[in-house]
Design a protein around this ligand. Structure first.
Ligand code: A5P
Length: 245
C-alpha cells in the first residue's frame, strides 16, 4: 500500500499481522480519538467504524480524559448511540462550528476520495463533513480501492421521483438496486429513498456523478471527492495516516 497513495504518509505504527477487521476498526478509531481535544465540537459519523469511535469517546468522557465535548450527529442511530454513551449532542444549528468530524467510508481511493452512504446516512454525513474544519476518515484496509466503484454508489432521491428515476436509469443500461425493494423501500432519516447504482467503468466517477446530479429529484450522492482532509487506515502492517496535500 505504501507508495500507492498520492499524498504524503505521516506515520505508520506497527501492528500484529494476524489482527481481525474488527480490531482494525477499533485501532483506527483509537488513533482518531488521539486527535480530539477538550472543548471541541465534533461531528460523529455513522456505521460500524464510527460507532467504535463513539464508544471510545464516551469512555474518555466518563473517565475524565476529555471534557466539555459537544457533538453533532450524522444520523438518528448515531445520536442514540452517543446519548447512550453519555456524550452531549447538540442540534444542527451549531454545525458551522464543528472542529473535527470522524467517520468511516465504504471505499477510499489514493486521492482520499470516498464512497459513502451504504449505511444510508450520506446526506447528513456530507453536510457535517463539509462544514467541519477537519474530517478524519477512519477505516480498515478492506476499504482501500484503486478505483472507486468496486461496489455500488448510493444515490439519495426524493421519494416521489425515485421509482421514475430508477426505472429510467435501468432502461439506460445502469445496474440499479432500489434499496429495500419497491414494496418496502428504505427511507432515510431525511425521508428520502436510496438507489444503489453500479459505477460504469467507461468514464471517470466525477463525470458519472455530474450526470446523475443533472436529474431533478436527486438529493445527493455518496461520492465524497474532497471532504476527507485526513485518512487513518488500520491494516496488518500498521496505522497509516495521510493528509490531503
Ligand atoms: C453510512 O451512511 C456510511 O457512509 C458509513 O460511513 C460507511 O457505510 C462505513 O460503514 P462501516 O464503518 O460500517 O463500514
Amino acid at each position: 500500500v505504501i507508495g500507492w497513495w498520492r499524498s504524503p504518509i505521516i506515520e505508520v505504527e506497527e501492528l500484529p499481522v494476524d489482527i481481525s477487521a474488527d480490531e482494525l476498526k477499533q485501532i483506527a478509531a483509537a488513533a482518531a480519538l488521539e486527535q480530539v481535544r477538550s472543548g471541541m465540537l465534533l461531528g460523529l459519523g455513522t456505521g460500524s467504524t464510527a460507532a467504535r469511535f463513539v464508544e471510545l469517546l464516551g469512555r474518555a468522557l466518563a473517565g475524565g480524559e476529555l471534557e466539555k465535548i459537544e457533538t453533532v450527529c450524522t444520523s438518528s442511530s448515531t445520536e442514540q448511540l452517543a446519548q447512550r454513551a453519555g456524550i452531549p449532542v447538540v442540534g444542527f444549528s451549531s454545525i458551522y462550528a464543528v472542529d473535527l468530524a470522524i467517520d468511516g467510508a465504504d471505499e477510499l481511493d489514493p486521492d482520499l476520495r470516498l464512497i459513502k452512504g451504504r449505511g444510508g446516512a450520506l446526506l447528513r454525513e456530507k453536510i457535517v463533513e463539509q462544514a467541519a474544519a477537519r474530517f478524519i476518515c477512519i477505516a480498515d484496509e478492506s476499504k482501500l480501492v484503486e478505483r472507486l466503484g468496486r461496489g455500488t454508489l448510493p444515490v439519495e432521491i426524493v421519494r416521489f421521483a425515485s421509482h421514475h428515476l430508477s426505472s429510467r436509469w435501468s432502461r439506460q443500461g445502469l445496474e440499479v438496486e432500489f434499496r429495500g425493494g419497491a414494496a418496502s423501500p428504505y427511507v432515510s432519516d431525511e425521508g428520502h429513498h436510496i438507489v444503489d447504482l453500479g459505477v460504469p467503468a467507461s468514464e471517470p466517477i466525477e463525470t458519472f456523478v455530474a450526470w446523475l446530479r443533472s436529474h431533478a429529484g436527486v438529493v445527493e450522492t455518496g461520492f465524497f471527492p474532497t471532504e476527507a482532509t485526513d485518512v487513518f487506515i488500520a491494516r496488518a502492517g500498521g496505522v497509516e495516516r495521510r493528509s490531503r496535500s
